[in-house]
Design a protein around this ligand. Sequence first.
Ligand code: JFT
Length: 252
Amino acid sequence: MRVDIISIFPEYFAPLDVSLMGKARERGILDIRLHQLRDWTHDVHKTVDDTPYGGGPGMVMKPEIWGEAIDAVVAAALAERGVPGEPRMIVPTPSGRPFTQEVALEYAEEPWLLFAPARYEGIDSRVMAEYGSRLRVDEVGIGDYVLAGGEAAVLVMIEAVARLLPGVLGNARSVTDDSFAPGVMANLLEGPVYTKPPVWRGHEVPEVLLSGHHGKIARWRRDEALRRTLEKRPELASRLDPATLDAYDRKV
Ligand SMILES: N#Cc1c(N)n[nH]c1-c1ccc2c(Cl)cn(Cc3cccnc3)c2c1
């Protein structure tokens, strides 16, 4: 997967050089390119923003700069061998489509993502109108809390998408076991996990996990996941298949 990110803070994406993302890049599973938006400015101050039409607080990012940057990044990528078609453009915005595991799965199918994380009050809306007629452009938000810009949202989305790509997680971990993955674990939170020693500061590992009885262990894990989901995220539990809830050995 090819990923282009245009930002005034490309250094914000240093975390993509480490851990899972770093290994995926080394193995060629992910090809992430960072671009400094200010490289497409034409004034000595490298200005990327201006006051909003109609007044109001804050500043708005200038359409000309973004237009030149997006055109140049897309053209350069297309000039390289092996970059397919046109990118899916993703613009983080506070009011955007909520980013969920379902959206991550959708993006993981894309060969090319172009992220446009902005700052200030956002990008002049004509940029989305311009590219919306040529590309698939999504305005996406992560969670109901206030960020200072779109870069953190891009980091979250790239990690959530990249870990779904074949070969990124390795054999030890399967995305089908994820808390929010479709299928059996859909809408179930993960249960508690334990490792050696069997007793730590007087806290014992649940006996069933030491029993070697795989059927009982699987049932215990599912019951714990259900218990946690009912306790912490009842709105998720309400989406569970009734048969799953009926099978839950509530032991209460
Ligand atoms: N907040 C949030 C949020 C979230 N939860 N996901 N994505 C965002 C996000 C994405 C892009 C920008 C850009 Cl550009 C500027 N801000 C700051 C801001 C915050 C509130 C109102 N106006 C601007 C962004 C926030």
